[in-house]
Design a binder for this molecule. Structure first.
Ligand code: TRP
Length: 323
């Protein structure tokens, strides 16, 4: 059986449909399989980027959206990273076994630190792959879904696990990175990636009116109505297809390549589909209380600690911390 480990960041509580398709939908698919799914709130990682009290509210709001979009807390084991001291305990052991030059090669650090002023780069930014390795190795995760930019970190987790096993005997499971399909950039009203700073995204809490306005604004090409159109060049299609079954998608593609496709008509259909997708979620978010979220995390904390502590005990005995 596989144990899939996944996380959520709480640097903000802005949650657009793009977040859903890349982060949540794979969890929903996995929760229906035989695999175990562990989902942790990566608040210690988020703290590296956001140092204010919003982390707490972001955790509550983001988890509400996860539950409202059908992540089932009875099937997915959801826990709070900061509830489990084992993450930092293991991190220290791994930090001591990791060579400086090795960390210096990490692309994500290099990319980020180049864009930042030298006096803004925290030590945490440099060492977070080690915390990440601890997140993974503590729970014997077999699979870690990730994107290309984080693949190197999961490989580092494998390497350091291998090194430890080699030095002290079999201790850690070597995790497998699972590279998520690249959904590409979802072009939006201005052909840029959906993002809060451009306000060009569909947020799960958008009202029906806002949805109508945003969808109507999506630019379409000025091809004659009589001519066949290429769905892959059409932003309306690219958003619409996310909400369709394969069959419905094939039909829509046919309509694009046939003549006489009116973009306004496709937009009307998309509006209807989007509203029926989003409005139940918007409603159920308001029905989930802070207390419900807090109690899920509190209930799962002992089990998370139990798993982590047994790994820490093993590690501490091997390195000579326990006599
Ligand atoms: N560093 C990852 C990111 O930037 C998040 C993360 C933290 C993570 N711990 C992890 C991912 C463990 C996979 C496994 O998005």
């Amino acid at each position: 059986m596989s144990r899939i480990l996944t996380w959520l960041q709480v640097t903000s509580d802005q949650f657009h449909i793009w977040n859903y398709f890349w982060a949540v939908k794979p969890i929903i698919t996995s929760q229906e399989s035989k695999d175990e799914v562990f989902l942790f709130v990566a608040n210690m990682h988020s703290y590296n980027q956001v140092q204010d009290w919003s982390i707490r509210q972001n955790t509550l709001n983001t988890l509400k959206l996860y539950l409202a979009t059908w992540v089932d807390p009875d099937k997915v084991f959801i826990y709070n990273q900061a509830d489990v001291p084992g993450h930092t305990q293991l991190m220290w052991v791994l930090t001591s076994l990791t060579h400086m030059w090795f960390m210096e090669r990490m692309h994500a650090y290099k990319d980020k630190s180049w864009k930042m002023k030298a006096n803004e780069i925290s030590v945490g930014l440099f060492t977070y792959p080690i915390l990440m390795a601890a997140d993974i190795l503590l729970y014997d995760a077999t699979h870690v879904p990730t994107w290309k930019d984080q693949k190197q970190h999961v490989e580092y987790a494998r390497d350091i696990a291998w090194k430890f096993n080699h030095m002290y005997g079999e201790t850690f499971v070597l995790p497998e990175p699972v590279i998520s399909e690249d959904l590409g950039i979802i072009p939006w009203i201005d052909w840029r990636k959906m993002s809060k700073s451009y306000n060009n995204y569909i947020w799960f809490l958008d009202t029906d009116d806002e949805l109508v306005k945003k969808i109507k604004k999506i630019p379409t090409s000025a091809i004659w109505i009589e001519e066949p159109k290429n769905p892959d060049e059409c932003n309306v299609y690219k958003i619409y297809t996310l909400l369709l079954t394969n069959e419905e998608d094939a039909k829509l593609r046919e309509r694009y390549t046939a003549w006489w496709l009116w973009f306004w008509q496709i937009k009307e259909e998309l509006i209807e589909k989007m509203i029926s997708f989003i409005s139940p979620i918007r409603k159920s978010v308001t029905e989930i209380t802070d207390e419900q979220i807090i109690s899920i995390l509190a209930n799962n904390s002992p089990k998370a600690n139990e798993i982590a502590n047994s790994k820490i005990k093993d590690v501490y005995e091997k390195v000579g911390f326990f006599l």
